[in-house]
Design a binder for this molecule. Structure first.
Ligand code: KG4
Ligand code: ZN
Length: 335
């Protein structure tokens, strides 16, 4: 297969997504984000599964149509099989298994975290191996040395909340709705990052953001209710900027240390939080200072999408990796 055509499917959380890759090049990428969870301040697993059921067929049809590919042109079908919400994963994976079986083509199961790591291969220029990869999504904060294709060394991970989770919880605390990350990012652009000195927990290559989240809560709770409202009226952007700066400092320090220790020439930041404006700016400065090449996917490929699943599957297929139709959802799948 010199020019394989693959359909990739992603349904691990609250985005129903499908994408087509031909010969390793992206032909289409469709994401339908579920807005049903907004009112609940977080993803409701049962509602996510039901929405995936409703959306999976039209999303796949749209991805095929935009790529101008017929089902019979497909050489493989790929899907995320973990980590994620069990009921959500099952919808995309079961669809992919049935589709692959019906078309008599191989199934390629993809680890969602590998998908994020390989999201920097969606658009050129791709990083050269080995590269350092900071995975900052809603559920994960991990520092990974990607030694070669599908050979990873986990340098550090979060001991409690992920960075994205901290953004979302503080967003809820500040009344910014769900998910909080994009709203905090927007507000922080108007705020003063040195307004308040929130704590920065540094644990070598490991991370901990739960103390930071709690310190924002205590900071606000110290004020009487009427004062807090007036304070936030005036300083919401400053609180957002100060909180965000604490996260950015911790992530950038870990990256700097890992760059020094590993001596690699390429560094990547992937996952939803890599869409953050301040993190992007700080990472650009770090890369300049250290003389390394920085790779951050376009924001549309930072957050959950199926292009990263299809591209990862392309590389897996090229390396001869396919999955049996008995593959099942693995909610706690590790890297
Ligand atoms: O990778 P992703 O789409 O989903 C998971 O695999 O978890 O990441 C979602 C996370 C959410 O926590 C969201 O608040 C955060 O990414 N996020 C951001 C920004 N855009 C999305 N966090 C900070 N700044 C942003 N601009
Ligand atoms: Zn993700």
């Amino acid at each position: 297969m010199t020019h394989p055509v693959l359909l990739g499917i992603e349904s691990s959380c609250d985005d129903t997504a499908a994408a087509v890759v031909a010969g390793g090049r992206l032909r289409s990428s469709v994401v339908s984000s579920q807005d049903v969870h907004e009112t609940f301040g977080g993803v409701v697993p049962e509602l996510a599964s039901r929405d995936h059921q409703r959306l999976i067929v039209p999303v796949v049809q749209q991805a095929l149509a935009e790529a101008e590919v017929a089902p019979g042109d497909l050489d493989a079908v790929a899907a995320t099989y973990g980590p994620g919400l069990a009921g959500a994963l099952l919808v995309g994976l079961s669809f992919a298994k049935a589709y692959a079986f019906g078309l008599d083509v191989p199934l390629v199961g993809v680890n969602h975290l590998e998908g994020h790591i390989y999201s920097v291969f969606i658009e050129p220029p791709a990083p050269a191996f080995p590269y350092l990869c900071l995975v900052v999504s809603g559920g994960h904060t991990q520092l990974v040395l990607v030694e070669d294709g599908f050979q990873h060394h986990l340098l550090g991970t979060t001991r409690d909340d992920a960075a994205g989770e901290a953004f979302d919880k503080v967003g809820t605390l500040l009344g910014l709705g769900y998910p909080g990350g994009p709203a905090i990012d927007r507000l922080a652009q108007e705020g003063d990052p040195s307004f308040h000195d929130f704590p920065r927990t540094r644990l070598g290559y490991d991370f901990s953001f739960s103390g930071l989240k709690t310190s924002v809560l205590y900071y606000l709770n110290e004020m009487p209710d009427d004062e807090r409202a007036a304070f936030l009226q005036e300083h919401l952007a400053d609180v957002c900027a100060s909180f965000q700066q604490a996260i950015v400092d911790v992530l950038i320090d870990a990256l700097r240390n890992a760059l020094h220790e590993t001596g690699v020439a390429h560094v990547a930041i992937v996952g939803g939080v890599s869409a953050n404006t301040a993190l992007r700016a700080a990472a650009t400065d770090l890369a300049d200072e250290e003389g390394v090449t920085l790779h951050i996917p376009h924001p549309r490929y930072s957050v959950d999408n199926a292009a990263m699943i299809a591209v990862t599957a392309h590389h897996k297929l090229a390396a001869g990796h396919t999955s049996p139709l008995t593959l099942t959802a693995a909610p706690s799948l590790a890297l």
